[in-house]
Write a protein that binds this ligand. Structure first.
Ligand code: GTP
Ligand code: SPV
Ligand code: MN
Length: 589
């Protein structure tokens, strides 16, 4: 397949280590992929779903102990601990390589090693980067084929001496005690062992496109972010692009594919999806920030996805999709998850594989689908995919939006005063944890820029990189913060969310265009109620007032917590960030 000596040398070394029975290069051809699907069905690794209702769709179940990213087993192995910073797990590279080599030794005996050449970003784009993943899992091959650009064209683009990110995955026996997701940013190397769950094994995604890429971006002057990218089209047909960073399972896929409320749709407003999870950003010649989505598919949260909440995502899953850990409706071999509709199948197979009466099972308080069950769907299936999706130059960004799940504290939306204040707003993000990572759910934690689990180096240097980038962007995006998740005293969401978030996006674009005034507060600019398009919205004035209010006493507590979080970075914390905390405290008093 290739004459690239770096590839061939590395492949020989990894073969000698893992000792597979054979090695198969993935060329991206449909014949090869179809044969792999048939093999996976024959061995039980995948289940073929109803091919009339869900053509090209398959089902996969992971081990019960292997259903989410494992942050406590994810490592950044830089030469020094300081380069990895206080947030990341670290081990000295030599020590980690020794540990891993023992685990990989002979790990593929009697198995096939698949070689997946893949591109993050359109092949040949100046933004794009190449990786090669070695894996012994057909499930990984088939997912990578949906999530990235795979095959011969990538090898051609790599050429005789191009560089690539080395990715090794061995499934082994998915032993959680020997599970490691390890990054060596200085060696362009990723090693994953003893898992078969998406975020741990689709190494182009979080491991490369965020952890390794954030390190590359810091060195090379660009940014890799946990952001969706959407285009907002107004009735005049102009499209403005927005990036938004929300933590895992906090609404990126939903916002990226939003359908506006009826009265805005009638006027001609539309949303186009460029990306739902990851953005790579570079400064363009015109001094604006440009973004591409390095991925080719969506690895989306299934529960809560319905025709009502996210019509476009659901439509994207109707063909050539792999479902992981959802429930099966045995009557017609289709899929089901909580929130799809109000009709759980009676003859159901729940996500762990037991046959149950779905209605009774749910009535007893069980879940049919795992809360982090996912679909892997090709982006081209999405009815609202942007025509700029494949644009190798990316799209110009007008606004960056941060957000998370905050039951209290954060108002519906506010705008930062300038770039550095915006960086501070991102750096002080906090959100309640979700099922996307192993561990407790619903605990508020600091998650700067939604990148806490994904920064491949010291987070203090990452803040500095954001500040430095600001100096290079002569025409920077405006920065905002949103919170769709504010709760009332009874624990109900105060804001309807989903399609109605379009009302907030329109205000954001109006602010970027200088069309509306705003109310300046200690934390930033908050909308005047009359500037939000509220037609057709069932919300009373008191609720709206509450959603836009800032409780100074609560925010004073917030500042204390911010200071505590920042303290761990010591002298490495950029002065600009420290100044912003002082400034906020002053404005609150
Ligand atoms: P990752 O793929 O893990 O990075 O997640 P994501 O940010 O793409 O999250 P996603 O859009 O899949 O949403 C996760 C959950 O949040 C789903 O259960 C949604 O139903 C819910 N959700 C999304 N948007 C909203 C909203 O505006 N309001 C409320 N209340 N819930 C929302
Ligand atoms: C996330 O957890 O943020 C995801 C899913 O998007 S995973 O690919 O598992 O990281
Ligand atoms: Mn994500």
């Amino acid at each position: 397949m290739t004459e690239n000596k770096k590839v061939l040398t590395w492949l020989e070394e990894m073969k000698a280590l893992c000792k597979p029975e054979k090695v198969v290069w993935i060329d991206g051809s449909e014949e090869q992929l179809e044969a792999l699907r048939a093999e996976a069905v024959a061995t039980g690794e995948m289940i073929k779903l109803n091919q009339e209702k869900l053509p090209g769709c398959y089902y996969h179940r992971t081990a019960e102990n292997d259903v989410a990213r494992v942050e406590d087993r994810t490592f950044i192995c830089t030469e020094t601990k300081e380069e990895a910073g206080p947030i990341n797990n670290w081990m000295a590279p030599s020590e980690m390589y020794a540990k891993l080599n023992a685990l990989y030794d002979g790990s593929m005996a009697g198995r096939t090693m698949y070689v997946i050449p893949y591109s993050m970003g359109p092949v040949g784009s100046p933004f794009s980067k190449i990786g090669i993943e070695l894996t012994d899992s057909i499930y990984v091959v088939l997912n990578m084929d949906i999530m990235t650009r795979v095959g011969k064209a990538v090898i051609d683009a790599l050429g005789k001496d191009g560089d690539f990110v080395k990715c090794l995955h061995a499934k082994k026996d998915v032993n959680p005690d020997e599970r490691y997701i390890v990054h060596f940013p200085q060696d362009n190397t990723i090693m994953s062992v003893n898992s078969a769950y998406g975020g741990n094994v689709l190494l182009g995604k979080k491991c490369f496109a965020l952890r390794i890429a954030s390190y590359q971006g810091m060195k090379e002057g660009w940014m890799a972010e946990h952001m969706l990218i959407l285009g907002l089209e107004n009735p005049q047909g102009e499209v403005k692009y927005i990036c938004a960073a929300f933590p895992s399972a906090c609404g990126k896929t939903n916002l990226a594919m939003l359908i506006p409320p009826e009265f805005l749709k009638e006027k001609g407003y539309k949303v186009w999806t460029v990306g739902d999870d990851i953005a790579w950003l570079r400064v363009g010649e015109d001094g604006r920030l440009y973004a591409i989505n390095p991925e080719a598919g969506f690895f989306g949260v299934a529960p809560g996805t319905s025709e009502k909440t996210n019509f476009n995502a659901l439509a994207a899953t109707k063909k050539n999709t792999i479902f992981t850990n959802v429930a099966i409706n045995e009557d017609d071999m289709t899929v089901w998850w909580e929130g799809l509709d109000k009709n759980p199948p009676e003859n159901a197979i729940e996500w762990k594989g037991a046959k149950v009466n779905g209605k009774e099972y749910i009535a007893e308080g069980n879940k049919l689908a795992h809360p982090n069950s996912r679909f892997t769907a090709p982006a081209v299936n999405c009815p609202c995919i942007s025509k700029e999706f494949e644009n190798p130059q990316g799209v110009p960004i007008s606004a960056i939006v941060f957000g998370g799940r905050r039951a209290k504290t954060a108002p519906l939306v506010y705008q930062a005063r300038d770039w550095n204040h915006g960086v501070f707003v991102g750096a002080t993000m906090a959100s309640e944890t979700t099922a996307a990572a192993a561990g407790a759910v619903g605990v508020v934690r600091r998650d700067p820029m939604a990148m806490r689990p994904f920064v491949g180096y010291n987070m203090a240097d990452y803040f500095q990189h954001w500040i430095d980038m600001g100096k290079k962007i002569s025409n920077p995006p405006q920065i905002f913060n949103v919170n769709w998740f504010r709760l009332d005293d009874e624990g109900h969401f105060m804001w309807p969310g989903f399609g109605d978030n379009m009302r907030v996006l329109n205000w954001i674009i109006d602010r970027c265009d200088g069309k509306v005034d705003a109310n300046e507060t200690a934390i930033g600019f908050v909308p005047n109620k009359e500037d939000l398009q509220l037609e057709g919205l069932d919300i009373d004035d008191a609720t709206l007032t509450e959603l836009l209010s800032i409780d100074k006493e609560v925010w004073k507590e917030e500042v204390k917590d911010q200071r505590e979080f920042f303290a761990q970075f010591g002298d490495k914390l950029p002065k600009e960030i420290k100044d912003e905390v002082d400034n906020l405290e002053k404005k609150l008093s």
